[in-house]
Design a protein around this ligand. Sequence first.
Ligand SMILES: [Zn+2]
Length: 287
Amino acid sequence: MLQKFFTRTKRLFALCLALLFCLTGCKSSPEKTSVTKKTTPSTTVTTAGTKESHATSETTGATTGKPDVTPTPKKKVALTFDDGPHIKYTVAIADELEKYGFHATFFVVGNRVDGTEYGGGNTLKYIIEGGHEVAVHGYTHTVHYDTCSEEIYNEEISKTIAAIKLYDADYEPRLVRPIGGRISQARVDASPYSIILWSVDSEDWKQKYYPEDNEQKKAAKLEKIVNDVMAEVEEGSIILMHDIYESTYDAVKIILKKLNEEGYEVVTVSELIGEPNPGTKYREKAE
Ligand SMILES: [Zn+2]
């Protein structure tokens, strides 16, 4: 009798154990499923920001045992283009930037905006609508702001702004890049605009194509522009180029690809420096 009682108790105990195991097992299954479901969509999002990507990699690490890889934030640089707008190359460069979701700054020449030789205002509208920054270079591109009279200096700036506003009345340029990077300190101090120089000089104008250039010569020029930029670029760089040459456009295509691969994001100068600070000169030109 006693023997039978013990056998029954043992069976009951075994049954309880089995039930407990089943309950625990059943509980863990949905958790696993929900983790898998959660990670799948977020891993496909590449532009959602660091925070979300970080959460994804943590979850993945927990479920697969692989080491966590936290994506590093992109290093910001500004690509700047002087002397346009140019009906062909400004548009082509803007289209190339668009492929990466990048934005650049275009320091325009006033008489090329309201003139027709370079495509003028329609080109300007195209880049503004593309989310790029438009800024002031000068109206005639013939005077330097460290030696010209006060009257000429004011005219160069105000006429360029008026030319921009002819095509977008609400646009308020916030930056000025002096011709040749030359401006007196007194004018920097008094300027209602931030004065933008550069830290990386592509010297692309020295490598423009000539009709007599063969393919080999063109390739060598292209390589020189690309290598000069990539050798000097670092986080926070302001890179100087000119959007009026075919060689610059060809180089930009390669430079954007390389910058993207090396973890850079190309942003406007205003995005790079934050709130523009009138009367301040940004980045000394590289000698
Ligand atoms: Zn210029």
